[in-house]
Design a protein around this ligand. Structure first.
Ligand code: ADP
Ligand code: TRP
Length: 328
């Protein structure tokens, strides 16, 4: 079975963008691939979060993953910092990564600009740790958004370099994976751009009905179409894009026709959208509440995930040590 791996940094609650852009793929893939999903808490240290925040965010994201339908008995779900085998591979990756190429990574340059007082070495070697995460399981497919493309190129480069240096074909080159033909971009509610935590325009899976309604009713629209079949301005197209993700086909078509005939009421469209988003989120929200309150179950899931992840990871380390010439 082919191996899929992906990680997500624990930086807050999951929103509809995370769900339709990434988590939905994980849920769908778990039955046809050997899947590893982990919570990238080491990677989050580059911004120096408080320990209590890390603790809480890891629990939150684990509960939300499970609530979305990732089955810990089928997929392997674990916390990055539990799988210490990765650290050894990270060290080896660092030895074959060069300062110049790491300094040229766009996300390093961006982060360095954003946090000029904290340009730490972890930020520089972020792609080495990410490559170690992937190569420790010899993953072939990595579902990630477009923003991770350069890190993925580095992972491929490090795998290739290791193979050439040690005259082996030990590591497969991991490919980015997009579940659907085109990458999904879930829009925000503020008229333009994507839904995101830092954009402050997100609907969270854990939001209650009232909050969802409030956020949708405040969404940006315009004065309405003046002529039949006119193109939709971005803000309105965004509401339709969200409706397309959560509503039944004929609901979408009904509002689309209303728009094309210039008889649309944005108030009704928003009410319907809030209704359908709530319908979609309600069962997930209930499961989040249920699962979050069961700390023992969260711990059990992290423990069985670690056991499964460790079985393969320790084998990789053993083999890599042999390749490098260390006695095992
Ligand atoms: P955020 O933008 O909220 O900080 P992250 O950058 O942590 O989210 O992204 C986690 C995952 O969710 C990534 O795989 C990313 O591609 C996906 N993702 C985030 N926002 C969206 C969106 N609006 N549309 C589609 N996918 C998204
Ligand atoms: N860098 C990824 C992000 O910011 C998170 C991540 C860490 C990851 N290690 C990974 C993703 C390995 C896929 C595979 O979203």
């Amino acid at each position: 079975m082919e191996i899929v791996l992906s990680g997500i940094r624990p930086t807050g609650n999951l929103h509809l963008g995370n769900y339709f852009g990434a988590v939905r793929s994980f849920v769908n893939m778990q039955h046809s691939y050997r899947c590893y999903f982990f919570i990238a808490d080491w990677h989050s240290l580059t911004t120096h979060p408080r320990p209590e925040n890390i603790k809480q965010s890891v629990k939150t994201i684990l509960a939300e993953y499970l609530a979305c339908g990732i089955d810990p008995e089928v997929a392997t779900i674990y916390v990055q910092s539990d799988l210490t085998e990765t650290l050894e591979l990270y060290l080896y990756m660092n030895m074959n990564a060069y300062l110049g190429e790491l300094q040229r990574v766009t996300s390093f340059k961006e982060k360095a600009r954003k946090q000029p007082d904290n340009i730490n070495a972890g930020l520089l070697t972020y792609p080495c740790l990410m490559a170690a995460d992937i190569l420790i399981h010899k993953a072939q497919h990595v579902p990630v958004g477009k923003d991770q493309e350069q890190n993925m190129e580095m992972a491929r480069k490090f795998a290739r370099r290791f193979n050439i240096m040690y005259e082996t074909n030990y590591f497969p080159e991991p490919a980015s994976f997009h579940f659907s033909e085109k990458a999904v971009k879930v829009p925000g509610l503020d008229g333009s751009g994507k839904m995101g935590k830092s954009e402050g325009n997100a609907i969270y899976l854990a939001d209650d009905e009232k909050t969802i309604k409030k956020k949708i009713m405040k969404a940006v629209t315009d004065a309405g179409p003046k002529e039949p079949n006119s193109p939709k301005p971005e803000a309105v197209a965004n509401l339709f894009a969200l409706l397309d993700l959560v509503a039944e086909r004929d609901t979408y078509q009904y509002f689309n026709e209303q728009y094309n005939r210039c008889t649309i009421s944005y108030g009704d469209l928003k009410k319907q959208l809030a209704y359908d988003i709530n319908l979609f989120c309600a069962p997930i929200r209930e499961r989040i509440i249920q699962i979050s309150s069961n700390e023992a179950e969260l711990e059990r899931v992290a423990r069985i995930g670690l056991e499964k992840a460790r079985a393969g990871a320790s084998q990789t380390i053993k083999e890599v040590r042999e390749i490098l010439g260390f006695r095992f």
